[in-house]
Design a protein around this ligand. Structure first.
Ligand SMILES: N[C@@H](CCC(=O)N[C@@H](CS)C(=O)NCC(=O)O)C(=O)O
Length: 231
């Protein structure tokens, strides 16, 4: 069996989601750094996946897009270490998928709106879009904090680290660089700290560290992420 190839970029939040998952599942891939600014690389990538979004896993010649789908595929086809990020119990799996959707749609998406705005030329900035993204992030922070308070869980969808936490870690990591967690959200803040201390998350952030100087929202990134010795 050939080693699957992951097309990725070390800074990409959705690639972080998959890297965290592969680490937990003990699945090895060949990582291929993708530069979508390079026209030839972009064209070759679009031929594999016309949507043009990374990550993309190519396994035995089959292109598998979408971070959550890649993770489910990796768990089913490659995980041999007894770990699972999507539980077999259908109700527990639904809970995991729900929070995976919440983080992708209501944290990742508004977070990406901030990054996209910073990449626009000055005269083309979208102040209204950024305000809406801020409102969405704040309302989702409140939702997650309330959920964590009411459920008293270690991880967002249960007592086991899951697909939803793989989504949560990069989503929150980047979101707080634009909209910090409001101080009353103690449960969300504690969850954020647990995520940042998870070994698979630590290793994923480590691989991204040399690239942080290129991250458009780097002004909001805590010093400890540039230099772990900074505490
Ligand atoms: N729904 C996709 C979203 C992936 C996504 O937004 N990827 C970003 C990087 S984090 C991307 O490829 N951006 C490049 C572009 O839009 O040109 C997933 O879950 O994998």
């Amino acid at each position: 069996m050939a080693t699957p190839v992951l097309h990725y970029h070390p800074l990409s939040s959705y690639c972080h989601k998959v890297l965290i998952a592969l680490d937990v599942l003990g699945v090895s891939v060949e990582k291929r750094l993708l530069d979508l600014m390079d026209p030839a690389e972009r064209a070759a990538f679009l031929a594999l996946w016309p949507v043009g979004k990374m990550p993309l896993l190519v396994d035995e010649g089959r292109a598998i897009p979408e971070a959550s789908v890649i993770i489910e595929h990796a768990q089913r086809q490659h995980a041999r270490n007894g770990q699972a990020l999507i539980p077999t119990d259908p109700d527990a799996a639904l809970e995991v998928r729900l929070w995976d959707r919440v983080f992708d749609l209501y944290v990742m998406t508004p977070m990406q709106a901030f990054t996209a705005d910073l990449l626009r030329p000055e005269g083309e900035r979208d102040a209204r879009g950024v305000d809406q993204a801020r409102e969405r992030l704040l309302s989702t922070y409140a939702l997650i904090d309330g959920h964590l308070r009411a459920s008293n869980r270690t991880w967002v969808a249960g007592d086991t680290f899951s697909l939803a936490d793989c989504a949560a870690a990069p989503a929150l990591f980047y979101a707080v660089t634009y909209v910090p967690l409001p101080s009353p959200h103690a449960h969300l803040a504690a969850y954020f700290d647990r995520l940042m201390e998870h070994p698979a998350v630590v290793r994923t952030i480590d691989q991204a560290r040399p690239w942080f100087r290129f991250y458009p929202g780097r002004a909001g990134l805590a010093p400890r992420f540039f230099d772990p010795a900074a505490g």
